[in-house]
Design a protein around this ligand. Structure first.
Ligand SMILES: NC(=O)c1ccc[n+]([C@@H]2O[C@H](COP(=O)([O-])OP(=O)(O)OC[C@H]3O[C@@H](n4cnc5c(N)ncnc54)[C@H](O)[C@@H]3O)[C@@H](O)[C@H]2O)c1
Length: 326
């Protein structure tokens, strides 16, 4: 099988995009998220919204956990219905599809975070099709800093004429890590922080399975986390999210928060379409098992599956059989 010319393909995948974070909280936090991320933290600290059990009834006493048979959830909608969801990078592609899907499944509020104000159009569309005010917009950079712009490049590029070797620019590396790794990790950490504080205030200690799950985070990784030529910064950032997932999976469950990461393959978004039809036809499709791009709705469905199925943690590969070449 001929190798996919990775560098061009990787250029598409490596454009800076934010990762998606799903937040399941008891009360509205939407009004707080009309402010920037930094303000979000302040508002949360002020107790204007309370994270915690998703249902209105108080959590069951732990002692009853073994004696009371609990109903098994019969559908994904049960878990998403009436929850609050936050999607970063919601204005396009996978984030947009996930936002639509959460709204369709009955989320109470879906907060759309994007730096482009075209995200308002998506909010209008979601609200119109839901027949209610479900989508709320927060336009701004999802990092606390300006968004980095990066271009993929080999870690070391040798000029074959001059013999001069060029290392990958460290500033680009830092920018990618900031946007792709630091920002989503801290959105997640902030959420767990508020949930931990809220539980403390309510006299709750270690989460028990007899309670409702308190929240869920799904990071958007990439098949490139396996390592991919020309994507040193992007691959490191996505692999870093695996570490964040693995650690939060272990730590955050103390507070009742589940964590996972999905690794999409080539998905039909503006980012990938930017490669051009010819390139996609010749260099991508033949190497996928589906012989087509993954639909954003398929990734959104997988994200909802990760959120709603309590047995799922860790990593989910949604790659249509495409893996980076050696
Ligand atoms: N499309 C794919 O084939 C593919 C494959 C693997 C992983 N991914 C990952 O999925 C995620 C979404 O990719 P996509 O293809 O839907 O991208 P996209 O370009 O279609 O959408 C990304 C959105 O994020 C917004 N955004 C970017 N930087 C931002 C910032 N700093 N603050 C706020 N908003 C910002 C953009 O405005 C845009 O609306 C990314 O994390 C990407 O790495 C995509």
């Amino acid at each position: 099988m001929p190798a996919v010319p990775e560098v061009r393909a990787e250029q598409a995948l490596a454009q800076l995009c934010l990762n998606l974070v799903f937040v399941r909280l008891r009360r509205f936090l939407s009004r707080l998220l009309l402010a920037l991320f930094a303000l979000l933290c302040v508002a949360q600290a002020s107790g204007q919204y309370v994270t915690g059990a998703a249902r209105s009834e108080p959590p069951c006493k732990h002692a009853s956990a073994w004696s009371k048979p609990r109903p098994i959830s019969t559908g994904a909608d049960m878990n998403i219905k009436d929850q609050v969801v936050l999607v970063t990078g919601a204005g396009s592609g996978i984030g947009g599809a996930a936002a639509r899907e959460f709204a369709k499944r009955g989320a109470k509020v879906v907060i759309l975070v994007d730096r482009r104000d075209t995200v308002y159009n998506l909010a209008d569309e979601i609200n119109a099709s839901a027949g209610r005010q479900v989508a709320e917009v927060k336009v701004g950079d999802a990092t606390n800093d300006s968004a980095g712009i990066t271009r993929d490049a080999l870690a070391v590029r040798l000029d074959k004429t001059t013999g001069k070797a060029q290392p990958y620019p460290i500033n680009n590396f830092r920018e990618v890590i900031e946007v792709n790794l630091v920002a989503p990790t801290y959105w997640a950490i902030e959420m767990v922080t508020r949930i931990a504080e809220d539980r403390f205030k309510r006299g709750l200690k270690q989460w028990h399975p007899d309670e409702e799950v308190q929240g869920a985070v799904v990071f958007i990784g990439s098949v490139s986390s396996l390592g991919n030529k020309g994507q040193i910064s992007y691959a490191v950032s996505k692999a870093g999210l695996e570490g964040a997932t693995a650690t939060l999976t272990k730590e955050a469950m103390f507070h009742g928060v589940r964590c996972g990461i999905i690794h999409p393959g080539f998905t039909d978004t503006p980012m990938v379409r930017g490669l051009g039809e010819d390139y996609i036809e010749k260099n991508i499709l033949p190497f996928t098992q589906l012989r087509r791009l993954i639909r954003p709705e398929e990734i959104a469905d997988a994200i909802c599956f990760m959120v709603t199925n309590p047995a799922v943690s860790g990593q989910l590969w949604a790659d249509a059989g495409w893996h980076p070449q050696a």
